[in-house]
Write a protein that binds this ligand. Structure first.
Ligand code: GDP
Ligand code: ADP
Ligand code: 5GP
Length: 218
């Protein structure tokens, strides 16, 4: 675990954790964010949930069986995993550590349980919670998305208040009312993180050396 803690500050990359109740808009926001900044990569989780219409294996998720998931978990292949809405979801350890050690900023779209596990493991994380503007809007969005059955939507609405009750443990909160406004706030958090001193020192070491200020920092 010690190597994982040391990884991110040395490589100058950040792991952004994005959490929200189902239907708050996190997938749509992250898709739009990576479109405008392709250097950001979204981690593709493993899940035992069935693919929704239009979802492709290896694009939204690595879809897998419960026995395969549990075997991978036993072998330590997940950095974190959790049971969410009756299915298992897990983040690939190798994929994440590889990206971070190559200096690539990475977005994790995971539930609050996974968020807590990751924050204990990795030093340089920035966690962002996305709230819908109201509970009624959340339900409207889940219905309008039209990809889940009424029973599944009811279950996700039930789970929403539990998920939301963990929002205060996050670094940032974005209210996804106007989509473009929420997207610009998300992009602003990413840019501000990139300007943090420890990152700038790693990314622009030569410049800091030229100005003779590197020893002030170390
Ligand atoms: P959505 O909430 O409507 O986008 O539905 P999904 O089925 O895509 O995600 C279900 C839940 O699993 C959400 O809370 C996700 O944040 C969470 N989730 C997705 N991938 C992971 C993962 O790798 N690890 C953990 N812990 N949670 C995940
Ligand atoms: P999540 O990944 O959090 O489950 P999605 O990104 O799938 O949520 O969004 C749920 C639905 O709400 C989608 O149909 C999406 O197009 C819509 N949506 C997302 N953000 C907004 C917004 N700001 N205003 C209106 N509709 C939105
Ligand atoms: P959905 O099934 O609607 O795609 O996702 C349901 C929930 O699972 C979302 O809240 C999503 O953030 C969460 N989730 C997706 N992948 C992971 C993961 O790898 N780990 C954890 N902990 N949660 C995940």
């Amino acid at each position: 675990m010690k190597t994982e803690l040391a990884l991110t500050p040395l490589s100058g990359s950040t792991l952004f954790i994005i959490t929200a109740p189902s239907g708050a808009g996190k997938s749509s926001l992250l898709k739009a964010l990576t479109k405008q900044d392709p250097s950001l990569g979204i981690s593709i989780s493993h899940t035992t949930r069935a693919p929704r219409p239009g979802e492709e294996d290896g694009r939204e998720y690595h879809f897998t069986t419960v026995s395969d998931f549990l075997e991978k978990q036993k072998k330590g292949e997940f950095l974190e995993y959790a049971e969410v809405h009756g299915n298992y979801y897990g983040t690939s350890r190798r994929a994440i550590l590889e990206r971070l050690s190559n200096g690539k900023d990475t977005l994790l779209e995971i539930d609050w349980q996974g968020a807590m596990q990751i924050r204990k493991l990795i030093a340089e994380t920035v966690s962002i919670f996305i709230l819908p503007p109201s509970i009624a809007t959340l339900e409207e969005r889940l219905n309008r998305r039209g990809q889940d059955s009424p029973e599944i939507i009811a279950g996700r609405m039930e789970a929403a208040s539990e998920e939301i009750s963990h929002a205060c443990g996050f670094d940032y909160v974005i209210i996804n009312d106007d989509f473009d406004h929420a997207l610009s706030q998300l992009a602003a958090i990413v840019e501000a993180t990139r300007c943090r001193l420890p990152r700038q020192v790693v990314t622009h070491t030569r410049l800091f050396e030229q100005f003779g200020i590197i020893s002030d920092i170390r």
